[in-house]
Design a binder for this molecule. Structure first.
Ligand code: F0G
Length: 456
């Protein structure tokens, strides 16, 4: 059969609350025109993030009941550790409450102060953790990643030429290289095995540690299977294992491809590094056999890490995100091509060219999708990355004004996505009426979360 269906049926449901256009206008106005300030109850379809928003399976819920909450040496810990080891091959597994805790522990122990961390693209929290510890994050995405409408199968690749140059010029300054798979900030785009392998070889030749930010490793592995020559007959599990085998370690947020609502880990093979990491873990997360999690979380992740590499699931997952991307393209929206693994990124700068970057076109579009149909999405543009540059005193502008529609795992059906497309179509038809926004009040950091805005 050609039709790809949801490879599950639904056992528990959560009602959605419908609102009228008039209610939504009042709600958004009361929220100072910032979607982060709206109560989730007032959202119909929530595409804010794919992180921690997925639905767990019956087997995972059964795992929640099986969870062993012993402080030390819980049964659930061994299940978790063994599955993570089997999949990644890493000897040392440090359990953390989510991805950013793994990042903080890793960068603290590697010592990034006055040094460089190189990535295809650092995710926000990764970048912030490097900077907070006095390091300098450097992004070197493959050049194809910078042209949204260009179709290229592995836009998540790291620029190997740039990596060689950095290591040749300033090897001693480089604390580590971290390859983000898939590249979230770059459009949810995958990296090829060939690229990950070459980056690993370049790092090993220079003696620089090579890590993966492996949040979406299963989606990345599936793209390798269907897009990279020589992998079509391989299982996703074996592709994932090969990917991990190329790295010295990995940070992982289980809120994505762990198929759970919380959790993460830090893996590596370096005995000395792991010893330091464990000491810091005990200080700030918890004892090494639970870290920042409850026993039941460990159990649910262990199960999730089997389910996430199932090919029926990944075929459905990538097809449903692509379906959203194709529908938006048909409705006239320019998107980052090709569709990514977990989200669609609309190029709002190109869609609303009359709205200046400093009037936040992607934010304006986010507000319209909410007003039209109760959809929540997230601006990734000048509202998120702008603000006054301390060096020049000028307002910074983001390189692209993107709007991300992230799809939670196993939560929405095809008819929900069809509804999103109908709403997007209606907004596209009145795009000339859409106006920009100005900031009324903003905090000094991470302003997009809490800023108050007003329509122009
Ligand atoms: N790395 C990547 C690539 C991510 O996408 C995220 C989170 C993290 C690290 C941090 O993990 O949230 O568990 O601490 N991304 C979420 C998002 C927040 O909406 O894209 P965390």
């Amino acid at each position: 059969m050609e039709r790809i269906i949801e490879p599950f049926r639904i056992k528990a449901v959560e009602p959605l609350r419908m609102t009228s256009p008039e209610e939504r206008r009042q709600i958004l106005e009361a929220a100072s025109w910032n979607l982060f300030r709206i109560a989730a109850e007032d959202i119909l379809i929530d595409l804010l993030t794919d992180s921690g928003t997925g639905a767990m399976s019956a087997e995972q819920w059964a795992g929640i009941m099986r969870g062993d909450e012993s402080y030390a040496g819980a049964r659930s810990w061994y299940r978790f550790r063994d599955r993570v080891r089997e999949l990644t091959g890493f000897q040392h597994i440090i359990p953390t409450h989510q991805g950013r805790a793994a990042e903080r522990i890793l960068f603290s122990c590697l010592g990034v102060r006055d040094r460089i961390v190189v990535s295809n693209t650092h995710f926000d929290t990764t970048r912030a953790n490097v900077e907070f510890l006095g390091g300098r994050p450097v992004d070197i995405p493959t050049p194809e990643a910078l042209t949204p409408d260009e179709v290229y199968p592995f836009k998540g690749n790291i620029d190997l030429g740039a990596l060689k140059r950095i290591l040749a010029d300033s090897r001693d300054e480089v604390a580590c290289v971290i390859h983000t798979i898939t590249n979230n900030s770059g459009g949810g785009q995958p990296a090829s095995m060939a690229n990950i392998r070459s980056a690993s070889e370049i790092c090993r030749a220079s003696g620089v540690p090579f890590f993966l930010d492996a949040c979406r490793f299963a989606e990345n592995s599936y793209f390798i299977k269907v897009r990279e020559e020589g992998f079509e007959d391989r299982s996703v599990e074996s592709i994932a294992r090969e990917t991990f085998s190329l790295a010295d370690g990995a940070t992982f947020s289980a809120k994505k491809d762990g198929l759970t609502n919380i959790g993460g880990f830090l893996g590596s093979n370096d005995d000395q590094l792991a010893q330091q990491e464990e000491a810091l873990l005990i200080l700030t997360e918890g004892f090494p056999t639970y870290g920042g999690m409850a026993g039941r979380d460990l159990e649910a992740i262990a199960v999730g890490l089997y389910e996430v590499v199932e090919e029926d699931y990944l075929r459905y997952r990538t097809a449903s995100v692509a379906y959203l991307g194709e529908g938006l393209t048909e409705a006239g929206y320019p998107i980052v091509q090709p569709p990514g693994g977990h989200a669609i990124y609309i190029d709002a700068g190109a869609f609303l060219p009359e709205i200046e970057p400093l009037e936040f076109p992607a934010h304006a579009l986010a507000c319209e999708l909410y007003l039209e149909g109760g959809i929540r999405s997230v601006e990734i543009g000048t509202l998120m990355f702008g603000g006054v540059d301390p060096a020049t005193g000028e307002e910074r502008v983001a390189p692209l004004e993107l709007l991300r529609l992230a799809v939670p795992r196993r939560v929405y059906t095809k008819s929900h996505i069809d509804y999103v497309l109908e709403v997007a179509q209606a907004v596209a038809e009145r795009r000339r009426e859409v106006k920009g926004y100005r900031i009324v009040e903003e905090p000094p950091q991470l302003r997009h979360f809490t800023a108050r805005l007003a329509p122009l």
